[in-house]
Design a protein. Structure first.
Length: 408
């Protein structure tokens, strides 16, 4: 890489970054997946990195469901505390090594509950790995001397929009116990159970669990199915981010905001797609979208944009130039660039920001605001005062690098 002071790629690699939408089970090292599968006698379609990158972690996928297939393999090696801790530790260092100073890693703890580990064991193991990496990073001389800002992180717990036999021992049990209940009622109950568990883990175990989410196939499983759980989260001061508008239209985003109290929206790709509206009671669809976008902009509800992931799960987009981020940017919406899944999408934060900068004509001010806003709109695990101090350190360091690279 060139050492030129004006080299944008080197600059982007060095600036402090965030990742507010990244799945742990979509971001483990392929080499680790292979090693853990072998030691656990877990079947994979290939036991080489090249083979898995061809068969599972592809460059292109047919759709969202094809994209999600790889998670069956990654989750299978995350069924004991030792593996969870290792995967979390490596994940944290993969982020720190590319300049990510703050991330909010999300995963579905209920996918990892089994006869050998409780939900408390799951979140404790993940936090142990993350905390170990954070401690090591923050003990480096440059951080201790305050020449560089420290690293930090938080955890977001995902409920599943829907689940089926074979997804996890926990889901198998709840489906069996409630086998005469309607499926949506069971999905709702599992979400309530998750939220209550996360409140306890935050308050009694003092883990940095800051928010909840719903993930999984979007169509047919609307946000309203999980309203009770998110009402509980809202009443207990857990933040809310919701996958919405990734594979369904604007109504999904509207429900996430109005029924689930969403502070942020995961993806939000189809926000402007009035032609995707399926609710026949909405007569003026273009006006509906206009009002929804205005509502989001006015309340600074941040959209977690995942460029590469969207291209992979929505092949109809075609070229990156066609991505709806252009409209989000033009509407001055609050956005932050994220990876979604580092392994499944074969990407990292620096690459995603480079993609945005190269495609969407960022000015220097827009780039700075985009980066800093990732920190400002985070669900920071400390107090508001502590968050302000931390963000100021980030801004100071960012401006220092701007001067070093002759960008101001």
């Amino acid at each position: 890489m060139s050492t030129s002071k004006n080299n944008i790629h080197e600059f982007l690699a060095r600036i402090p970054k965030t990742d507010l939408h990244v799945h742990l089970d979509g971001s483990l090292r392929v080499s680790t997946l292979i090693e853990l599968a072998k030691s656990g006698n877990i079947e994979l379609p290939s036991y080489t990195e090249a083979g898995l990158n061809e068969l599972v972690f592809k460059d292109q996928y047919k759709d969202l469901m094809d994209y999600l297939q790889g998670f069956g393999y990654t989750v299978s090696v995350m069924q004991n505390p030792e593996n969870l801790e290792r995967i979390a530790y490596e994940f944290a260092w993969d982020n720190f090594n590319e300049g990510v100073r703050y991330f909010e890693v999300r995963f579905a703890p209920q996918l990892h509950i089994n006869k050998n580990q409780s939900i408390e064991d799951v979140v404790t193991a993940v936090n142990k790995g993350l905390a170990k990496a954070k401690k090591e990073f923050n003990e480096q001389p440059a951080v201790l001397s305050e020449k560089e800002p420290p690293a930090n992180y938080a955890i977001i717990a995902c409920a599943m929009r829907a689940f089926f036999p074979g997804m996890s021992q926990f889901y198998d049990t709840i489906l069996e116990v409630h086998r005469f209940s309607k499926s949506k009622k069971i999905f709702s109950l599992a979400s309530v159970e998750l939220v209550e568990a996360m409140i306890k883990a935050r308050d009694e175990l003092e883990l940095p669990i800051v928010g909840v989410d719903i993930a999984g196939a979007e169509e047919g499983y609307p946000p309203e199915d999980h309203k009770e759980a998110f009402d509980i989260a809202h009443s207990n001061f857990l933040k809310k981010t919701v996958h919405a508008g990734e594979a369904y239209g604007p109504e999904s985003i509207f429900q996430a905001i109005t029924l689930l109290h969403a502070d942020r929206i995961g993806h939000g790709y189809y926000l402007f797609s009035y032609d995707k509206i399926k609710d026949n009671s909405i007569i003026d669809k273009e006006k509906y979208v206009e009002n929804l976008a205005q509502f989001i902009a006015d309340r600074r509800i941040t959209i977690e944009v995942c460029l590469t992931s969207n291209l992979q799960t929505n092949p109809e987009i075609g070229d990156i130039c066609n991505h709806e981020f252009r409209k989000m940017k033009a509407a001055r919406l609050s956005t932050t660039i994220c990876t979604d899944n580092r392994t499944v999408s074969k990407t990292n934060v620096t690459r995603e920001i480079e993609l945005a900068v190269d495609t969407f004509d960022f000015t220097e001010i827009e780039l700075r605001n985009s980066i800093i806003y990732g920190f400002k709109r985070s669900f920071f695990p400390g107090t508001y005062k502590e968050k302000r101090v931390y963000v100021r350190k980030i801004i100071n360091y960012y401006e220092k690098l701007q001067k070093e690279y002759g960008r101001i």
